[in-house]
Design a protein around this ligand. Structure first.
Ligand code: BES
Ligand code: ZN
Length: 645
């Protein structure tokens, strides 16, 4: 694979102190900038040149420095019987090198024809398949080719698409489809330059059964109304992993002039109640970090096989139904996905190595939103829980995966999705807050978002900006920060801020008391909120079967309707062989496909001497209903062989 020349990325603050930003070519294409200096957004566009820190995206075959897409137009029909989408993807090109072919990422796509804007066929070739990356598609362009039209069909097992049978939905009568692009799955449903450094505007026309609604991560939606054809337009330039579609029996409820929730009919009112604070969250984030620039902010509640908690698809966050607890106790997930409208969608990691710029910033913003809308006590508990999860994961991870600027070359970018980019990344921002004060950090973050809006950035771009806009202005405070260590050393630096929660002090006391007297009924848990229960359950070290039975009798944990509490409890039950929970464990694992829940629960089963047989017997039933992302993780965890089926 040929690559544009690479400039080494230097990560010590000293190395970056004089670097400054590379000169911006007049006319860089705004739809594909990477790491431009602040203010460059206003410059006119005629020519594209990559900045000196041009990132090498090891997870895409695209060569955007030669030719890149500026606009994509999709025309697709959804076939629920065959589990395939088919139609055309039309790429409008910006050509820097007039000799160069167009390289697109594909995975499992059946390419039928490739033509230019006049319908003239163009020669093309699919390269060898890579286990992580799929197949490169090389298209030879004529001297005047401006558009490329790829006619294609997706594979029935496209990783980005989960086609659900009616019984996998809440209503049970209609099928459902959703897509998941991040990190590199979009190429399995659209042939495109699947790199987060390539930003495109897009439009789509989607044909689907007339009794289903189609929704997409778009700024405008038209058609529909029982015609079977819905049209969409995304007018801001977005990275390909943020193109998303869902189709099913969906209704919507307005929450405010710019917020609504979409869900299956039987869930939509409960979702509207649970998400009643959505507008307050958007307003809080705007006050802190600048305007919300995407028009609408809607949330789609998916069926329970959705493999993630949430996915920040622009204008339309995709969310798991497992956050519908009835008491708003799990809505920090919405604060998180909303915060990505600044960190991630507006300013995007240019490669998956820079993923911490998306997720660490987002966890920090999420917590600031929670503090504004739900108070400092709730926010503090959530920080402490997050840091607990980070410490637990650091104890297991190999050293090279404990660093923020992680090397993922030759690996699946999914391997980088640990607590490290999330919680260690957020801890770095809290450390900056501690050193420079909240007001200065907030102003800094606001200028980061304003100055890099609608661009894709590398860790180096951030380090240079940090050096110039924050560190250089207060050398005394800056001298207390070892940035190189934060970015490139394993573990949690010794200067990571201590997080504390007064609301956890009472729980910790109760843990000590319970260990001594085993009296579950005497626990002061009547008034505990979800986060306090999570603290309690995480603090139960090696509970006896008697203790587990007493807790269950007193507090009905096996019957908890809060999925976070339930999952933490079932993990304890599985690990320590508390058999009265067996049926609930099996029911949970065969209905919920959220990886964050099912992976630790299977791990807990495996930790028991006789657990593997039970785990495999449940997995055999559950596997056909899980999303490909969850299947990949669990196949490897359980050592699943095709013969186990
Ligand atoms: N963007 C992520 C989900 C993601 C990351 C999908 C990488 C594929 C590859 C999303 O914003 C996220 O972080 N979701 C979390 C919940 C959040 C509250 C930490 C999840 O799904 O668990
Ligand atoms: Zn996230």
């Amino acid at each position: 694979m040929m690559r544009p020349a690479v400039v080494a990325v230097l990560l010590s603050t000293a190395a970056c102190s004089t670097a400054g930003d590379p000169p911006q070519s007049p006319g860089a294409n705004p739809a594909a900038r990477t790491g431009n200096p602040p203010g460059a957004a206003d410059q006119p566009a005629t020519r594209f040149e990559l900045p000196a820190d041009d990132p090498v995206d090891h997870h895409s075959c695209a060569r955007p420095g030669e030719v890149h897409t500026v606009h994509l137009d999709l025309d697709l029909a959804l076939d629920f019987a065959a589990h395939r989408a088919s139609g055309t993807a039309t790429h409008t090109l910006f050509r820097t090198d007039p000799q160069a072919p167009l390289w697109l990422d594909t995975d499992g796509l059946e390419i039928e024809t490739v033509a230019d804007e006049r319908g003239q066929r163009l020669p093309y070739a699919l390269g060898a398949a890579d286990p992580h990356l799929g197949q490169p598609l090389r298209i030879d362009l004529g001297p005047d080719t401006k558009q490329v039209v790829v006619r294609y069909r997706t594979a029935a097992d496209a990783e980005a698409m989960q086609w659900l049978q009616p019984e996998q939905t809440n209503g049970g009568t209609k099928p459902f489809l959703f897509t998941q692009g991040q990190a590199i799955l979009t190429r399995s449903w659209i042939p495109l330059q699947d790199s987060p450094a390539v930003r495109i505007t897009w439009s789509a026309s989607v044909q689907a059964p007339a009794d289903l609604e189609v929704v997409m991560s778009a700024s405008a939606r038209g058609g529909g109304n029982g015609t079977g054809r819905t049209t969409f337009r995304m007018t801001e330039a977005v990275p390909p992993y943020l193109i998303a579609l869902a189709c099913g029996d969906l209704q919507r409820r307005e929450l405010s002039p710019r917020c609504a929730v979409w869900a299956e009919p039987a869930l939509v009112d409960a979702a509207a109640q649970e998400f009643a604070d959505l507008e307050a969250m958007v307003a809080a984030c705007e006050r802190l970090f600048g305007p919300y620039r995407w028009g609408r902010y809607d949330v789609l509640v998916l069926p329970p096989s959705f493999p993630f908690g949430g996915m920040e698809n622009p204008c339309l966050t995709f969310a798991t139904p497992t956050i519908l607890a009835g008491d708003k106790s799990l809505v920090s997930l919405l604060a998180h996905e909303l915060a990505h409208s600044w960190s991630g969608n507006l300013v995007t990691n240019a490669t998956w190595r820079d993923f911490w710029l998306n997720e660490g910033f987002t966890v920090y913003l999420e917590n600031r939103i929670m503090e504004q809308v739900f108070g400092a006590g709730r926010a503090a508990m959530e920080i402490v829980l997050g840091m607990g999860e980070l410490r637990a994961e650091l104890a297991e991870l190999p050293a090279q995966d404990q660093v923020l600027h992680v090397d993922l070359q030759g690996r699946n970018p999914d391997d980088g999705m640990t607590q490290v980019p999330y919680q260690k990344g957020a801890a770095l921002l809290r450390r900056l807050e501690q050193l420079f004060g909240r007001d200065r950090l907030d102003a800094f973050l606001r200028s980061w978002f304003d100055g890099h809006a609608f661009t894709s950035v590398t860790t180096r771009t951030f380090v240079e900006f940090l050096q110039r806009e924050l560190l250089a202005r207060d050398p005394a405070a800056a001298s207390q920060l070892d940035l190189g260590r934060w970015l490139s050393a394993p573990g949690l630096p010794a200067d990571a801020p201590e997080s504390q929660s007064e609301l956890f002090a009472a729980v910790d006391q109760a843990l000590v008391q319970f260990a001594a007297d085993q009296d579950a009924r005497a626990l002061p848990a009547q008034a505990w909120v979800t986060q306090q229960w999570l603290r309690f359950l995480a603090g139960l070290r090696e509970p006896s079967l008697g203790q587990l039975a007493a807790l269950d009798a007193a507090w009905q944990l096996t019957r908890s309707t809060n999925n976070e509490v339930l999952c933490a409890w079932l993990c304890l039950a599985a690990r320590h062989g508390y058999r009265p929970a067996d049926r609930r464990i099996e029911l949970f694992l065969t209905t919920v496909g959220r990886r964050k829940f099912v992976k630790p629960l299977f791990e807990a089963l495996l930790a028991r001497p006789d657990g593997r047989v039970q785990a495999l017997s449940i997995y055999r039933k559950a596997r056909p209903r899980y999303h490909a992302v969850t299947v990949r993780t669990l196949d490897s965890l359980l050592g699943w062989q095709a013969t186990d089926r």
